[in-house]
Design a protein around this ligand. Sequence first.
Ligand SMILES: [Zn+2]
Ligand SMILES: [Zn+2]
Ligand SMILES: [Zn+2]
Length: 907
Amino acid sequence: MFGFGNKNDENRQDWKPNEWLSTLYKIWKGIFATFKVLMGAAVTVLLIALICGFVFATILGDYLQNDILDQSNLNLSDLTLDMNSIIFYIDNDGQIQVQQKIDSSVNRDWADYEDIPAHMVNAAIAIEDHRFYRHQGVDWITTIQACARMFFGDSSVGGSSITQQLVKNTFGNTSVTVQRKVLEIFQATQMEKNYDKETILEYYLNVIYLGQSRWGVRSAAAAYYGKELEKLNAAECASIIAITNSPTYYDPYQNRDNNLKRTKIILTAMRDQGWLTEEEYQVEINRELNLKWGIDFNDTMARCENETCGYKDVVSTLTKNGDKYYCPHCKSEIPVTKVSGGYNYHTETVIMDVVYDMIKKDKLEINSNNIRAYLEKIKRGGFSIYSTMDIDVQKQVDKIYSDLSQIPAYRGGAQLQSAIVVIDNKTGDIAGIAGGVGPKTEIFGQNRATQSKRQSGSSIKPISIYSLGFETGAFSPATVLTDLPYIYYSNGVYYPRNSDKKFSYSRTVLHGVTSSANTIAVRGLELVNEKVSGYKVSYEYLTEKFGLSTLVDGKDNNSAPLAMGAQTYGVTVREMATAFATFPNGGVYREARSYTKVFDSNGNEVLYNEQEERKVLGEKAVNYMNYCLTQAMLVGTGIEADLSRSYGITTAGKTGTTESNYDRWICGYTGYYTAAVWAGFDYPDTISTISGQSPANQLFKKVMGPLHKGKSNKSLYSTRNMTQIEVCLESGKLATDACKADVRTVAGDLSRIYNVWVYKEDIPEETCDQHVMISYCSGGGVANEYCANFASVDQSVVISEQALVRLNTDQINAIKKAYKLGLRDEYKTNNFVYSVDNNGNDLVFKGFQDDVNQTVAAPYVICPVHNQQAWEEYLANNPVTPDTPEDPVVPDEPGADNDEVEITPIQ
Ligand SMILES: [Zn+2]
Ligand SMILES: [Zn+2]
Ligand SMILES: [Zn+2]
């Protein structure tokens, strides 16, 4: 009887969980077995499909060659030529001259096959691909095993042959799609058809990543064991090969035990496969491995120059006599000087440009493996490369830049660094370049002219704002803009600020350029923004028209980066020079090339470096820009770099200084050359300048000056279609006599009028309506009746017609806010103000500091000396004085002498 009751007691005893479970397990096993069979079938089908596909593809090899393989063709064909490439330049007589023969030093870390220890090769084969010598690029047995394992959940699937790994490493097929895998298989078999096993091994061992930013076994040998590659023993070779599987997990420094464990596995595999005898194995497996970073001089490799000798060993094996070393084998002298500094910066720029362009042409990824492989290709490929170097320019650049005594000295221990690019305005190409200062000691070391990105500071303004404003008509050089901060944050910070921390209340755009005022640049950008949505357009100008490639979209299209040059990463000297060369070239941008053409050893053209060219600016904008930038050199921030005084050559340009004085720039040009110069420290630090001197300006002049010796002057702009006008700095309109009679000008302070050349359409239509003529007393304010009394008895009291400035409440408040922030003195005095409300009605003026204590409420400062009390005192002290004036003088109605000015009469 089965009941539903009591199940807690009886049924529990009948319940047999083990049985239930085992039944379930059996069912599951059944299902899984079926699944396995099905999967096995699927795998088989897939593999058959794959193999069939491969066979099919091989039959249709031509189609593939043209289609799939062409996408990333393994074009290593020049690698085995072993012919040096040569860079040529054209001299002043149009003759082709050799600039540089490219030798083995182009790729210092590269190891030729014969220099690689056999243990290194054998270790790689033993652990990575033990059937390497038997397969044709793909080890099918391993591949099928790996596929099978993959289907049953083993994620650690290897199975790539050394050839496949080389394809993957060198040609950047990083994605793991089935298509990619198949393509990799095709490429590997293709590679084996074209190259022998030694070549493949040499390339593989030179491009594998070995941790610690090391590629290739030669540089790894130096990084881990402080040795020349040739000197490594089997255990050390195995330890380096161990890294490739997972460079962090097997890093000998970070994970020593992991590395040692795998080293032993490799040594064992080497023994098992016959690469090591049992005796050798015993020595190697018990060897103590000592890590050491970097090769000492005595351990560096030396080669005997005597070709019939060929002795090669580390320096410590040589016989030393004084500074000289002798070969112990043939007794001849052999050089062991330190590695040379490679080539000059122009040659290195050419080589890197050719490397990049070849990689791009072969549709491959730009990565360090490919760069190394293509450097090697250039070294051995027998190419003829035609460079754009101008020997005179490069010599002058080297003369200054390689001589540290020519580099301005600055406080602190670090060497001030600098970089320069000189462009020939005839061609737009790079005539001379330096990527650092002092003797060149490194091969392909840091090139600060082409690689380093530093913030541009104000040197960006002509290409980000001013030329754009002229081009769009947002402003002209005569436009007057407010030179005051306009954003005040609660923590006392304000924006924008000028680098000298001074504000002049207002400046013309021309003055903004020559004095490098940030306020004017920021306001200018706003005007452009109102006209053509400026941030977007300005950013497009920089990136698409002026060719700056290092800006960051979403970050650098903003006020501070665009108007003041505080970019996320910065700009390069090369790109700044290229952009500025647009100005002396009539507004046409040209890409500054370092080379024009490359031919292979059979004379076939393999690269034609077509110069990118585009119209960026119209004639008027260019003329305005050249005018403003010439003034910036003549009387502005570039005066130190100007060549007009010492060389008689008109120069235009724009300086730049970044926050904390970390970077100094000048981008300038003459009718002949354009040059951009950066100066600063490698680890950014303040440049402690001597009395405001700029090292960039000084270096510009040192290089550019002598290049112009004996050359006739070329003007950079023409005033033929322009008119010189006088602009009032208060109203921004045409100046009147009243503007010239500003009380501050009469007192000897700075003029409030600015002379500037403009095109007819940019001449302001109106004349100044802000300057107000008024009777002004030498007592220091607008004359009242008592001033006239005093004037009649005292010749030293003078009343004359001078002008005040009508300022509304907003303008007065703006001055009040900026009062303590470096505002120029002529805007801090109260005596020039004629106060009106925002509707133009007279308003009592109490002074910027609320310090004007007047008995008579007036819209301006009334003469504080000559008041009623003073006059009464005077009368009391001078009883015999003749009659009091019959006709007390009241102040003239302001503006009465000036028809152009409408003024509300004083009440
Ligand atoms: Zn020798
Ligand atoms: Zn005026
Ligand atoms: Zn007076």
